[in-house]
Design a protein around this ligand. Structure first.
Ligand SMILES: Cc1cc2nc3c(=O)[nH]c(=O)nc-3n(C[C@H](O)[C@H](O)[C@H](O)COP(=O)(O)O)c2cc1C
Length: 398
């Protein structure tokens, strides 16, 4: 097996997972995912994070191929989520003298998940650890993506081991570095990863980015996806934008929830009017059909959002309700919003949408459009007004 290196002494130790269907048992993985770990071989040997439990055998074998009988001195735990901490126990069993480097929030989780209480080396903001010619320093990045998350900077090669930050869904099929891969494949998966996994923590991501801006970074080695060395500005810019809830492009995501097609008709009507108004990026999603992670990723991409739902048992159609809950949990903002609904008696869909928008301090544009049963010409005219107002808001923004 060839070993991939980030520098003379830093090895890439990632594994590809093409088998798991759902990341965190929640997010589809049609393109798989990579769990990345790294090994620094110096006077002292340091392992940065591990991999998911199911891939441990391969992982341990790779380490043995590189180190032979040389022990590992330090295991740096940037993030305790089990897709990265899954092999800690086996590493500790194999290298009993290893010191586990973490911060004060790491160790209760280490004990909680694995019952490990010994061999801890606690570090705090800015602390350093000399390995020989390589020196590591540690920076806390709470909630990017768990409270104990930290990042580790290696000063000789100026490599940032960034935990989940800058990570992506998608396996690494041959290429490992950004310049070895066709990044077109990763654009959407990077955004889908950020928006769904880290998206709720925009403020905390902003704080972490401010901290990182003081470091000279030549490589970013995340725990998922490509290692960044040629497109660092690209990925930093994306993270700046996404964590500020700024859209990437003009465009409108229309999401609808419909049992019998009447609400869908309203969605199509809105889309046509948007197109007549000159909006080119229009994506219509049926909330019952497309997994929310793809819809959310596109909501992060475009600056217009129009949501419509049929009424259902006094409330909103459940697949739309589930999406609204997720977006609320992520504090979605900075979108030109339109809402519409459909009902046959006391309503519920439109009402829920209105309340949701109020709670998020998003102001729906245009008139109230809530059809009774099949939308009539008046209902469709109201839908057109919503489309025009959203389109104008987008055009006026530029
Ligand atoms: C299970 C079920 C529950 C419903 N609950 C309500 C309701 O609480 N209030 C209401 O006004 N209409 C309710 N409706 C009616 C639909 O919202 C209404 O017929 C609407 O036009 C359906 O739009 P669609 O064709 O897009 O599915 C319900 C329909 C179904 C099938």
């Amino acid at each position: 097996m060839k070993h991939v290196k980030l520098s003379d002494d830093i090895y890439y130790l990632g594994v590809n997972d093409r088998r798991t269907n759902l990341f965190e048992n929640a997010w589809p993985l049609p393109n798989g995912v990579a769990y990345n770990s790294y090994l620094i071989v110096d006077e002292k040997v340091a392992l940065i994070d591990t991999v998911e439990y199911g891939h441990m055998e391969d992982f341990l074998l790779k380490i043995e191929e590189i180190l032979g009988q040389t022990p590992i001195d330090y295991l740096v735990v940037n993030h305790m989520e089990p897709d990265h901490s899954g092999a800690i126990k086996q590493i500790v069993n194999k290298y009993p003298d290893i010191e586990i480097v973490g911060n004060k929030k790491t160790f209760p989780m280490l004990e909680g998940f694995f019952g490990i209480e010994e061999g801890k080396k606690e570090v705090a903001e800015g602390d350093t650890l000399k390995l020989g010619k390589h020196e590591l320093s540690f920076y806390m990045a709470p909630m990017v993506h768990w409270p104990e998350t930290m990042v580790t900077y290696e000063s000789t090669t100026k490599t940032l081991f960034s935990a989940d930050a800058f990570g992506s869904f998608g396996t690494l099929d041959g290429g490992v570095f950004d310049d070895e891969l066709n990044l077109d494949f990763y654009h959407d998966e990077l955004r889908r990863y950020y928006s769904n996994i880290v998206g709720k923590y925009g403020n905390q991501t902003q704080k972490a980015l401010a901290k990182l801006s003081t470091l000279e970074i030549k490589q970013i080695a995340a725990t998922h996806g490509p290692v960044w060395r040629c497109h660092i500005n690209y990925i930093m810019d994306k993270y700046q934008k996404w964590s500020k809830y700024e859209a990437e492009e003009d465009g409108v995501v229309i999401v609808f929830g419909s049992m019998y097609g009447n609400t869908e008709k309203m969605a199509d009507h809105i889309a046509r009017k948007l197109s007549e108004e000159g909006i080119k990026n229009i994506r219509i999603y049926d909330a019952s059909k497309t997994h929310a992670s793809y819809i959310i990723s596109d909501i992060w991409k475009y600056n217009g959002l129009i949501i419509g739902s049929a009424a259902y048992n006094g409330g909103i159609f459940p697949p739309v309700g589930s999406l609204l809950d997720k977006l609320k949990n992520m504090y979605i903002k900075n979108r030109h919003l339109g809402i519409f609904g459909n009902s046959s008696w006391g309503g519920g869909g439109h009402r829920t949408l209105q309340k949701w928008a109020e709670e998020l301090k998003l102001e729906p544009l245009g008139p109230k459009a809530e059809a009774r049963c099949a939308p009539n010409t008046d209902d469709l005219a109201l839908c057109e007004e919503i489309a025009t107002e959203v389109a104008n808001a987008i055009k006026n923004q530029n």
